[in-house]
Design a binder for this molecule. Structure first.
Ligand SMILES: *Cc1c(COP(=O)(O)O)cnc(C)c1O
Length: 391
């Protein structure tokens, strides 16, 4: 499976075995529990000596289909699914960290992750050092002081800063730290951190993986040993993915490559269009040669993703005038759907932070985050163009 190309893997991974009565799509196994006539077999499965299922909080056949797709697409040894992206992130951090240990990360992680770093991990005496994203020397210096875990996210939310993964992974390895990467924005189609040496890759499956904004989920993948630890923690916290959700995500993932290639193109075209627009102050997209991280984005990403953001001249007042004029974008939180979506970070990704914290992260008040869908690009540009015609 790992030798197939990603477009093939998205469709076939987890679905090559024979399903119930020859079904050609994975059955949604809603059963909570699994019966055994042979008590010896039951006991072997329960002890993990033999493959099989016991109870759906732990493992479930439909959830396994989704896990296998992500595992194969990220070139990981194992994967374990969660009810949401935040469940994947929090369970991973709490499973791998103990009081007295130290984490190095960046200030601009996803809003919910940032809350874990600023509030919940310090409350169990885990020391957290958050660096400026893009200041690689500062990060290397902090990592070299010693830490248990380095947590990275690239491109970042919402200003699409790019971290040099190879460089930071090298620094982490020199102090034997575990490297965790949130790959939600890039998707496994555009970026594979495990190939670059990362230990764990996390996704909010709510976004690009499922791709239709109609289901929530999360996943952690990596080497067998670490994923087993995270899986055993999840068994007890109970943040399991529902089989119906797993089915919907796996179904969405069959078109992952098609969607992402299109979204890459659409975001690039929108970024280029906005770059020359007189009402636009700044455009943030790693695919633009003028972007600060473009050079290493080019080496670690095969496409620059469907997310971009831009700021308007004249402040938040103009965001309020411009956004409601968009007809082909939902004004809502979240991202990564087939339909385009736009919003200011202060009501979406960074709503958990105070205005002061947002300012410290360099998020302009006039910023608009735009998640390009799979629509026709001429229609999208025409729509954005007329939305910018506000008085
Ligand atoms: C949305 C998101 C999350 C959280 O995922 P949920 O499924 O909403 O819990 C984590 N990281 C990134 C980068 C995200 O965009």
């Amino acid at each position: 499976m790992d030798k197939l190309k990603k477009g093939t893997t998205s469709v076939w991974a987890g679905e090559m075995q024979e399903f119930y009565k020859g079904a050609t799509t994975p059955p949604i196994v809603n059963s909570v529990t699994y019966g055994y006539h042979d008590l010896d077999e039951w006991s072997e499965v329960a002890l993990g000596l033999k493959e099989g299922h016991i109870y759906s909080r732990n493992t479930n056949p439909t959830v396994e289909v989704f896990e296998e797709k992500v595992r194969a697409l990220e070139y990981a040894e194992a994967a374990t699914a969660f009810s949401t992206g935040m469940a994947a992130i929090s369970n991973t951090l709490f499973a791998l960290l103990a009081p007295g240990e130290r984490v190095v990360s960046i200030k601009d992680t996803y809003g919910g992750t940032s809350r874990l770093f600023l509030e919940f991990l310090p409350s169990i005496k885990v020391e957290v050092t958050l660096c400026e994203a893009g200041h690689h020397e500062q990060m290397e210096a902090e990592i070299s002081k010693g830490c248990k875990l380095v947590y990275l996210e690239t491109p970042t939310n919402p200003t699409l800063k790019v971290l040099d993964l190879k460089r930071l992974i090298k620094a982490a390895k020199s102090v034997s730290a575990i490297v965790v990467v949130d790959n939600t924005f890039a998707t496994p189609i555009n970026q594979n951190p495990i190939v670059l040496g990362a230990d764990i890759v996390l996704h909010s499956a709510t976004k690009f993986l499922s791709g239709h904004s109609d289901v929530m989920g999360g996943v952690a993948c990596g080497n067998k040993e670490l994923i087993k630890k995270i899986f055993q923690y999840r068994e007890i916290t109970g943040a399991a993915l529902h089989p119906m959700s797993a089915y919907m995500i796996a179904r969405g993932m069959k078109t992952l490559e098609l969607r992402i290639l299109r979204q890459n193109e659409n975001a690039m075209a929108v970024a280029k269009f906005l770059k020359t627009h007189p009402k636009v102050e700044d455009v943030f997209y790693p695919g633009l040669p003028t972007h600060k991280g473009h050079d290493f984005a080019k080496t670690q990403m095969s496409g620059f993703g469907g997310m971009m953001s831009f700021s308007l001249k004249g402040g938040y007042e103009n965001v309020k005038k411009c956004l409601p004029r968009l007809k082909l974008a939902h004004l809502a939180a979240s991202l990564g759907s087939v339909s385009s979506l736009a919003g200011p970070p202060r009501t979406t990704s960074h709503v958990e932070l105070t205005e002061k914290q947002r300012a410290e992260l360099g998020i302009p008040e006039s910023l608009i985050r735009y998640s390009a869908g799979i629509e026709n690009i001429e229609d999208l540009i025409e729509d954005i163009s007329q939305a910018l015609d506000y008085k």
